[in-house]
Design a protein around this ligand. Structure first.
Ligand SMILES: [Zn+2]
Length: 290
């Protein structure tokens, strides 16, 4: 049986066809065109899947990795930063137009699963994978399987509270991790501190700026508090960082030290490592759920 994995992102939809050992046979990429709305996205995914099916010489199983969580009570998508997906039943809508069974999973869980089985976490039993990019999320993998939890919110690390009276989040709560260490949040903080509107890679290059030290300290304080909380509760074998912010080198030395200082243990040695699959974690994660 071959596998098809679709990674539905905010700007692009990527598809892969693999053999049963997850070796790539072919890959395709198309734009998401969010502004054209849900039905257009549905049609794009359908066409992409049918193209991949045509290139398969065997039966296929199909998985889709999507932003946002799936509501346990209704199977509808909630909390997605691709807004036109919210409240939609993507899984059943795809089944109905494709006449194939389709599995669906949120992007942070797909990332964590792909890295745990095929990437940086291959020999670890309990892996916590985090995505830090435009949004912030996490996934828990135990013995090669996604831990969903009783109400399907396990690993929703981006929306646990760091500061009780902190920044207001779109989710309705205050002080969520995502409002401090997502790319847009960090760029906003930099703009307030320095008066400069710069992208995150530009800010990192600008370390001579007199405001850089306090910006970085605040970033590391929030990063380390949010991950030390995870270690205190889960004590994972490995934490794997993904998303655009995983390219920031100081997270792996100063960031790691700062986490260790906050953990409730005197023997902390949890590896904090960079992903190995890069942008491909989504499509491989989607293959792995099908
Ligand atoms: Zn939130």
């Amino acid at each position: 049986m071959n596998r098809i994995g679709i990674d539905l992102g905010g700007t692009k939809i990527e598809g892969i066809l693999t053999d049963e050992n997850y070796q790539s046979i072919t890959r395709k990429r198309i734009p998401t065109n969010q502004e054209e709305g849900y039905n257009s996205i549905l049609e794009s995914i359908k066409n992409l899947i049918l193209e991949l099916v045509q290139e398969s010489n065997d039966k296929v199983s199909i998985g889709v990795c999507t932003p946002g969580a799936l509501s346990l009570s209704s199977s509808l998508i909630k909390n997605s930063n691709t807004q036109c997906l919210i409240g939609k039943d993507l899984q059943n809508d795809l089944k109905n137009i494709l006449h194939y069974n389709v599995f669906i999973e949120n992007d942070a869980n797909c990332f964590a699963l792909a890295e745990a089985k095929l990437g940086a976490g291959k020999n670890s039993n309990l892996v916590f994978g985090v995505i830090m990019g435009t949004g912030v999320g996490g996934g828990i993998i135990i013995d090669g399987k996604i831990h969903h939890g009783r109400t399907n919110i396990a690993g929703e690390w981006g929306h646990h509270c760091l500061h009780a009276e902190g920044n207001i989040c779109y989710c309705g709560n205050k002080g969520c991790v995502e409002t401090y260490i997502s790319g847009p949040a960090l760029e906003r903080q930099w703009s307030q501190m320095s008066g400069l509107n710069q992208s995150l890679p530009e800010i990192i290059q600008n370390s001579d700026n007199p405001n850089f030290g306090s910006w970085k300290k605040s970033f590391l304080d929030n990063f380390s508090l949010s991950l030390s909380n995870v270690i205190d509760i889960l004590d994972p074998d490995m934490i794997i960082l993904g998303g655009g912010l995983s390219n920031i080198d100081f997270l792996y030395d100063e960031g790691k030290s700062s986490i260790y200082e906050k953990v409730f243990s005197d023997t902390i040695d949890t590896p904090i490592v960079k992903n190995q699959l890069g942008d491909s974690a989504g499509v491989f994660g989607a293959c792995l759920i099908s």
